[in-house]
Write a protein of this length. Structure first.
Length: 287
């Protein structure tokens, strides 16, 4: 199963590239990092101790289309915090490739499909000594006809990884300028590496990331995509085209993490794990 199933990619898709700023040290933690944009109209979080916090569980996330051969057990992370564990077995790079893969709408109180602008945040820990090898996929927002996830690269270099409308089509020409930005690579088949190295995933400690997506008005290039790390904006793209009709909506969380499957040299050299917690979603504005 490809990391971006064809049933979710119904446009002629092309990756996006964006501006970048290198971040050495996160500047915020907790709610400030998970919800970097204020004045939400609806939100939920599994951050322990937060007002109205929900339990990190399948009952909260409501996962579906769980990929065969993957797991997402809830365990104690190395520091004792409740977290979702992804397991990356040694040597796997094709089906089954380990890791975790599912889609999740989350609680009924926050309906992704009503959102024009939304943030999705979580905290991630790669244990001390984690071997990043060549790269792997990380969770992001699961929409209709487009996708926007995160990815790690060698030495833990972080990036956004997207499929968006192809700028070779005159209707989406506004996206062409984005593919010339530095530290980005566009590939119409395999997705885009956006602002690679704009931040670095550490090992042995938690890092909080939050992705903000603002849908464009159908027929206009007024969409936005932004990534916050530790509450600080590190990647930002504005005046872009994310969807081509009003049918294009955000749908939920696309939880996918695995060592990217290409050739054997992408595989994890040892059995490894990563931990995910503090899942948080906020609708900033509605359609």
């Amino acid at each position: 199963m490809h990391s971006s199933p064809t049933q979710y990619l119904c446009l002629a898709l092309f990756p996006l590239v964006a501006t970048t700023e290198v971040v050495a040290i996160p500047v915020a933690t907790g709610l400030a990092a998970l919800f970097p944009v204020s004045n939400s109209v609806a939100e939920w979080t599994t951050l322990p101790g937060a007002p109205g916090a929900l339990t990190l569980s399948d009952a909260t996330l409501k996962p579906f289309k769980v990929m065969s051969g993957t797991t997402h057990d809830y365990v104690a992370a190395p520091d004792g915090k409740l977290a979702m564990e992804a397991i990356y077995p040694k040597g796997l790079y094709k089906e089954p490739r380990g890791g975790s893969s599912f889609y999740a709408p989350g609680p009924d109180t926050v309906d992704f499909t009503t959102a024009r602008e939304l943030t999705f945040g979580y905290s991630i820990m790669f244990p001390q000594g984690f071997q990043f090898v060549k790269g792997g996929k990380l969770p992001g927002i699961y929409p209709t006809c487009f996708s926007a996830r995160l990815m790690w690269r060698p030495q833990g270099a972080g990036e956004l990884y997207t499929y968006l409308p192809d700028p070779s089509d005159p209707k989406y020409a506004a996206n062409e300028k984005l593919c010339t930005m530095p530290q980005s690579q566009c590939n119409p088949t395999y997705g885009a590496s956006i602002s690679r190295g704009a931040f670095t995933f550490p090992t042995g400690e938690w890092l909080t990331v939050s992705e903000r997506m603002k849908l464009n008005t159908a027929g206009q290039a007024d969409g936005e995509l932004e990534l916050f790390v530790g509450g600080k904006s590190v990647i930002s793209a504005t005046w872009i085209i994310i969807r081509d009709s009003d049918e294009g909506r955000m749908r939920g969380i696309q939880f996918q993490t695995f060592f990217r499957s290409a050739t054997a040299d992408w595989a994890s050299p040892v059995n490894q794990t990563a931990f995910f917690t503090d899942f948080s979603v906020a609708i900033i504005s509605t359609l």
